[in-house]
Design a protein around this ligand. Structure first.
Ligand SMILES: Cc1ncc(COP(=O)(O)O)c(C=O)c1O
Length: 397
């Protein structure tokens, strides 16, 4: 079927965080909402139909993931990423971030160090701190307009904790964001191979948050970290979900893929609660993976158009700011450092003058100052409106 992503749908008064919490979050009314990472597009029609069928049967008791859902996930990951996974590797979680909390607790003890590569999705920081672990920053490098991982910097983090009694490194894991929110990089296979080499050499586990894996722009191709080699497969906990791809985040259903049996046990033990899953989330995920190809193809095409419009318009008309070319996600990371404003002044300009609700770069940690993150998963007319507001707020720049 043909999806109409141009259609504006009023999402107010639907318990939408993006639309109904905007005032509370930003302290201003009637902002144009381009913040939290959910899409202003309805989810695929087959998902709606599957949910409707299930709602009609008015029993919503405890549930479990059926074999057919495991099969749908195995097929999706196999056909899109060439990674052949086994049913027993899959562990369901409410959300990817809950999965991250469990993964950290499974792999590290309080006091251990965990590496993140800022600027990065900020709930990572809290997950590490809550496990009693120490955050180690290995900031991304911005070379020209392109972010890369600082692998030399990473090597430097693996000093032995002490020369006696053991040389075992204190850095236990690295949290990889792939594709990377907020800088929208899709890491190449070569980059992941290099990262994997450094991590393996230092017995550092990889927790790969690949929630945005299906969302690539143009020619960019996502590589699953764990699929790079058999050794890395055993060394990685992969966190995935259908939630970003098909706009299902409110259904709170995701999964971890953990090939190493011992880590799987540790992950299950670290989990809070008994691992029950959301009935509607399971139904929606299976319908999306089985019948969502068509939607995803059209969505990626539409998002590419939005990215092109946003990037090109700013390049031509608002040269004082610059969009880091997005390769994946539907997020645009906009460099506003040349405006010469501090974070508070920039925030005021964007909220009060441009009337936009977008995410402040500094919230993503080191390297985020002077940036703003825009969510481009919205009808094109909204992108145009945002560009007009930005241009008007930055006269003569
Ligand atoms: C990189 C990344 N991980 C995790 C999440 C949140 O996932 P969940 O809602 O499944 O916890 C997001 C949401 O924006 C994200 O961008």
């Amino acid at each position: 079927m043909q999806y109409d992503f141009d259609r504006l749908v009023d999402r107010r008064h639907t318990h939408s965080s993006k639309w109904d919490l905007s005032h509370a979050m930003f302290g201003e009314k009637d902002l144009l909402n381009m913040w939290v990472a959910d899409m202003d597009f309805p989810c695929p029609q087959p998902v709606v139909e599957a949910l409707r069928r299930r709602v009609e049967h008015p029993f919503y008791g405890y549930t479990f993931a059926p074999d057919s859902l495991y099969d749908a996930i195995i097929e999706w990951v196999g056909k899109r990423y060439g990674w052949s996974i086994k049913k027993e590797w899959i562990v369901f979680n409410p959300g990817v971030i809950e999965g991250l909390y469990s993964a950290i607790k499974a792999l590290a003890k309080p006091g251990d160090e965990i590496v993140v590569q800022p600027p990065v999705y900020y709930p990572f920081y809290q997950a590490i701190k809550q496990a009693g672990c120490q955050l180690v920053y290995n900031p991304l490098r911005l070379e020209g307009t392109r972010y890369t991982m600082d692998l030399e910097g990473l090597e430097g983090k693996f000093r032995p904790a002490t020369t006696f009694p053991t040389h075992y490194p204190r850095v236990k894991a690295l949290v990889l964001c792939s594709p990377h929110n907020p800088v929208a990089r899709v890491w190449s296979r070569g980059e992941l191979e290099e990262l994997g080499r450094v991590c393996l050499a230092n017995r550092c586990a990889i927790i790969a948050d690949e929630i945005h894996c299906d969302l690539t722009v143009g020619e960019a191709r996502h590589t699953v970290m764990a699929s790079v080699s058999k050794e890395l497969e055993q060394h990685t906990i992969t966190l995935m979900s259908a939630s970003k791809t098909f706009n299902l985040a409110g259904l709170h259903t995701s999964y971890a893929i953990i090939p190493q049996a011992q880590w799987r046990d540790q992950f299950r033990q670290a989990r809070v609660g008994h691992g029950s899953v959301n009935l509607f989330g399971l139904v929606a995920m299976e319908a999306a993976y089985r019948h969502g190809d068509d939607y995803l193809r059209q969505l990626l095409d539409y998002l590419k158009g939005n990215v092109g419009l946003f990037t090109g318009y700013i390049r031509e008309n608002i040269p004082a700011i610059h969009v880091v070319p997005p390769e994946g996600t539907y997020l645009a990371w906009v460099d506003m450092r040349r405006l010469g404003l501090d974070n508070l002044q920039l925030q005021r300009l964007i909220r009060q003058k441009a009337r936009l609700a977008v995410n402040d770069g500094y919230a993503f940690g080191p390297g985020g100052d002077g940036f703003q993150r825009f969510n481009l998963a919205c009808p094109r007319s909204v992108v145009r409106e945002a560009l007009g507001r930005l241009e008007a707020a930055l006269p003569g720049r």
